[in-house]
Design a protein around this ligand. Structure first.
Ligand code: 5GP
Length: 190
């Protein structure tokens, strides 16, 4: 039987730089990573592509997938916005022998850890401060003021989950954070 890929979860408050770190890691062939594309009921941003960034589902389609037990985990990450990891997605990538990388919220991350236990390396990306987080969300310019406020309120709750993760990766210097993440992953997969 071929080796099954390992799992690497990245969770963090929105704006912590986690997506940038994950994108950089995916470029490194030594890590043999593949991105677990989540399903989401939110509207795509202008630069996002269905089947690459997310599987964008309508709220009705998302609820149907829940009732058919198609998710490994799902969360209403923001009011009315559902996100979830499809069982088929993870199976497909693991069967290809890929190490699967997840960019999901803290509760989803803990669910994946519980489900696959030692096969999972769970990394919490910690922003230097909530103030820096706020500035990053403003600079990104993809969310309304109201949505930014929601995300910052949630950030306070999410930071409390950090100690439950295998590692806390401080992201005050992007290149260092990427290098540290790389080392953690190599230790986990080899
Ligand atoms: P965004 O709307 O900025 O793309 O993502 C919002 C949040 O949803 C992020 O914290 C992201 O990590 C999380 N998220 C994305 N996919 C999933 C998923 O499949 N499951 C869970 N639980 N959270 C997810």
């Amino acid at each position: 039987m071929p080796n099954r890929g390992k799992l690497i979860v990245f969770s963090a408050p929105s704006g912590s730089g986690k997506t940038t770190i994950v994108r950089a890691l995916l470029q490194n062939p030594e890590l043999n990573l593949a991105f677990s594309i989540s399903a989401s009921s939110r509207a795509p941003r202008s630069n996002e592509i269905h089947g690459k960034d997310y599987y964008f589902l309508s709220p009705e389609e998302f609820k149907k997938a829940i009732s058919k037990d198609e998710f490994l985990e799902w969360e209403e990450v923001y009011p009315g916005q559902y996100y979830g990891t499809l069982k088929t997605e993870v199976e497909r990538l693991r069967n290809e022998g890929k190490n699967v990388v997840f960019d999901i919220d803290v509760k989803g991350g803990m669910s994946i850890k519980k489900h696959f236990s030692d096969d999972v390396l769970a990394i919490f990306v910690q922003p230097p401060s909530v103030k820096v987080l706020a500035q990053r969300l403003i600079d990104r310019g993809t969310e309304s003021d109201e949505k930014i406020k929601l995300r910052l309120d949630k950030a306070h709750l999410e930071l409390a989950f950090a100690p439950s993760f295998d590692h806390i990766l401080i992201n005050d210097n992007l290149n260092e954070a990427i290098a540290n993440a790389q080392e953690l992953i190599l230790n986990h997969i080899l």
